[in-house]
Design a protein around this ligand. Structure first.
Ligand code: NAD
Length: 463
């Protein structure tokens, strides 16, 4: 097959490499041919995606294990199953999503009929991160294909095994002329962005999100940015502390806390702090089997060691980061210095600061002082407190009495607000993100009364 390299690199021997420029142009020509608009084509891509995930399950799970040293069960459950559900839902719902939506036509525009017609936007660029390297590459693609677009996928270079498996599988299960995988790092991504796209869907860090948006602005390419940040978990005195601790601990050890919606830090009511911390450390110990957890690479392990090094506070569990082995113990830090990096930067690892607060209002005020979270979690048995939290906190999503599970509800929009991102996907929300909602009004030629044209004779002077 043809190798894809940046145009700046000289051609090597063998089959002529296809430049990024040519690659994007070819895909654009396929879109212009109109074949991706066809519902049959879209359904075949979505069914191909389901088959890719079923037949490629072992290869993908092995690649995830090689890149992230994640257990096979976690690789399958967290990365692959969720992606297959997304594709299956799209297969089921496609016919209803594409239906034009009729809207009321006001008297002034009568007689006539008005509707919204969903059409593909064109060629979409999907840029994926490393932490869920299959799901965050393929789930946005499901939405883009359901909407009838061509897709260029750029997987993360950090998860090189997964990137290679995707580059191998995608052309075998999907239309290879309309969907292409371009491998590489930041330079390749920048070269892609320089080609101009009809939509760019980026998942990654806020810092790179800015660079992507800047490059996209050059072509007025619309962007969806799925970014990160600090997701708070607030534990009130009315919570079932054992359950709250277990659920938060699960969110912190799943994928070693390298999850955009992982609970980043805990705000706990002073009256229950001691009991909660006891339950939390117990749960973390059980879940990790007393072992340090794998971190994606030495650079990230060293970053975590740095966060822990100057955080102040009291380490009540763990505290060891083995940089050379890229592993970190599940760690609980009580009341770190509020100005320390661990309380300012996204942790993205199994370190959990627990901060004591005097009340729910104090917790909410602290959350609101920071950047807007992608997700926020409240543990409370009190309906009044739940409503208060829902009203006050500006955040992409909320789970009450659990963490992260809102992602598993396909009808809920997923995305951030402020620095945690812009735009939404999952289910119909993703379909709309990748569609042009064309506004249509159809009128008959007659009647065509002359009073509606200048000089507007026949209108009363006073309106
Ligand atoms: P990253 O921003 O470093 O990289 C993401 C992608 O951008 C990669 O494909 C990379 O090759 C590319 N890239 C890197 N530098 C670039 C540049 N200068 N110009 C253009 N492209 C560039 O993110 P990451 O480390 O892979 O992922 C971790 C981050 O992603 C965390 O902040 C996490 O919260 C966030 N995240 C968000 C979601 C979400 O759904 N909101 C999901 C997962 C991860």
């Amino acid at each position: 097959s043809e190798a894809i390299v940046p145009t700046t690199e000289p051609a090597t021997s063998g089959a002529a490499p296809v430049s990024v420029v040519d690659q994007v142009q070819r895909v654009r020509a396929v879109f212009d041919s109109g074949r991706t608009r066809d519902l049959g084509w879209r359904r075949r891509q979505l069914e191909g995606m389901v088959r890719l995930l079923e037949e490629g399950k072992e290869d993908l799970a092995r690649a995830i294990q090689a890149d992230l040293r994640r257990s096979e069960l976690e690789a399958v459950m967290l990365d692959l199953v969720a992606t297959r559900s997304e594709a299956q839902l799209a297969v089921k719902q496609l016919a209803s999503w594409v239906k034009p939506r009729r809207v009321r036509t006001p008297v002034a525009a009568l007689p006539g009929r008005s509707w919204v017609q969903y059409e593909p936007v064109g060629v979409a660029l999907v840029i994926a991160p490393w932490n869920y390297p299959v799901h965050l590459a393929l789930a946005p693609m499901v939405a883009a294909l359901a909407a009838g677009n061509c897709v260029v996928l750029k997987p993360s270079e950090i998860t090189a095994h997964v990137s290679a498996v995707l580059a191998d599988l995608v052309p075998r299960y999907l239309d290879p002329e309309a969907v292409v995988v371009v491998e590489g790092g930041a330079e390749v991504t920048q070269e892609l962005l320089a080609q101009g796209f009809d939509h760019c869907f980026f998942t990654g860090s806020p810092a790179v999100g800015k660079a992507v948006m800047r490059a996209a602005a050059e072509h007025l390419t619309p962007v969806t940015l799925e970014l990160g940040g600090k997701c708070p978990a607030v534990v009130t005195a009315s919570a079932d502390l054992a359950v709250a601790a277990r659920r938060i601990a699960w969110g912190k050890v799943a994928n070693s806390g390298q999850t955009c919606v992982s609970p980043d830090y805990v705000l706990v009511d002073a009256s229950v702090r001691e009991e909660f911390v006891g339950e939390l450390t117990g749960a973390l110990r059980t879940f990790s089997d007393g072992q340090p957890l794998p971190i994606v690479n030495n650079r990230h392990a060293s970053r975590l060691a740095g966060l822990l090094g100057d955080c102040g506070g009291q380490v009540v569990l763990g505290g060891v980061v083995v940089v050379e082995a890229a592993r970190a113990e599940p760690t609980v830090v009580l009341d770190p210095d509020p100005g320390s990096p661990i309380m300012a930067e996204e942790i993205f690892g199994p370190l959990l600061p627990v901060v004591t607060v005097a009340s729910l209002d104090q917790a909410i005020a602290q959350v609101q002082r920071g950047s807007r979270p992608l997700a926020s979690y409240l543990f409370s048995a009190d309906r009044g407190q739940q409503d208060h939290f829902l009203r006050e906190v500006v955040t992409g999503g909320v789970v009450i009495n659990h963490v992260m599970l809102h992602l598993s509800v396909p009808e809920l929009p997923f995305g951030g607000v402020g620095t945690s991102g812009m735009g939404r996907y999952h289910g119909r929300w993703g379909f709309e993100t990748f569609s042009n909602a064309k506004a249509v009004l159809r009128k008959p030629f007659r009647p065509d009364p002359s009073v509606i044209y200048p000089p507007y004779r026949g209108w009363k002077k006073k309106l």
